[in-house]
Design a binder for this molecule. Structure first.
Ligand SMILES: C[S@@+](CC[C@H](N)C(=O)[O-])C[C@H]1O[C@@H](n2cnc3c(N)ncnc32)[C@H](O)[C@@H]1O
Length: 234
């Protein structure tokens, strides 16, 4: 709020400050707004990202998706990040793997403005891949995956402040995943999935002629990331 480093504050203990921005921030926090929106930033994979209520606040679990993508995706591949939100996946992948050609998409034009601010080079507004004619080699996505009826049970910080379009794709929770698999073509797919969603995503993959190449757990040993390839296209 002072827009000064801690060393400045320590060296100027006698200085009077205007408390009103601090009071305003405290009021927002007491009303339940996430700290990341109030500060306008969060950390993901060791980098700072600008965030506001146009985008989901990047979660630590999503770093597992990025780690998986960094190790799995082949050199020079064309990659699309579907539902880029803040751009945290696309930006980190581009930084960690400069050989990749990374495109970011989102159905929310407001979210894409945030992704741009965070340094995503190529953003395209699209309902999954419907706006694209070109192919991609790899799809990475942390799609909305919560069943609509479960939104009410979420913590108020999430339910009342984060964009619902980022949280739920519809009644089943798997609608966006289904759309991604419908439109994936020959691309390999790396998805973040919800707690308890592994079997239903395996079934959807099988129905779309994908094989499961890998499943990665989060620190609580919950399956969080699934890697899929179309049968015969390994
Ligand atoms: C769970 S958030 C993920 C945001 C970011 N990638 C992250 O991991 O923090 C899902 C994102 O998908 C976008 N989205 C929802 N439905 C979509 C659709 N049909 N097509 C493209 N993007 C969609 C939302 O606007 C939101 O930004």
């Amino acid at each position: 709020m002072l827009r000064q480093p801690v060393s400045y504050v320590l060296a100027h203990g006698e200085e009077r400050v205007d408390p009103s921005p601090i009071h305003a921030a405290m009021r927002r926090r007491l009303a339940g707004e996430p700290l990341q929106y109030i500060r306008g930033k969060t950390e993901f994979f060791g980098h700072d990202f600008y965030v506001d209520d146009r985008v989901l606040i990047p979660r630590p679990e999503t770093e597992i998706l990025v780690e998986t993508a960094i190790t799995k995706i082949d050199r020079g591949a064309r990659v699309v990040d579907i539902g880029t939100g803040s751009g945290c996946i696309a930006v980190t992948l581009a930084l960690e793997r400069p050989d990749l050609r990374v495109t970011a998409t989102d159905a929310s034009v407001a979210a894409l403005a945030v992704a741009k601010k965070n340094g995503v080079a190529t953003v395209v507004a699209s309902d999954v891949l419907s706006a694209f004619v070109r192919d991609f080699d790899w799809i990475v996505s942390n799609p909305p995956y919560i069943a609509a009826a479960d939104i009410e049970q979420l913590a108020p910080e999430v339910r009342d402040y984060e964009p619902h379009k980022a949280l739920t794709p519809g009644p089943l929770g798997t609608e966006a995943i289904q759309q991604i698999l419908d439109q994936a073509g020959r691309a390999h797919v790396i998805l973040e999935i919800a707690f308890g969603q592994q079997q239903v995503v395996r079934d959807l993959a099988e129905a779309h002629h994908f094989s499961v190449d890998d499943v990665r757990n989060d620190l609580a040993q919950i399956p969080r990331v699934i890697v899929l390839s179309r049968h015969g296209w390994k």
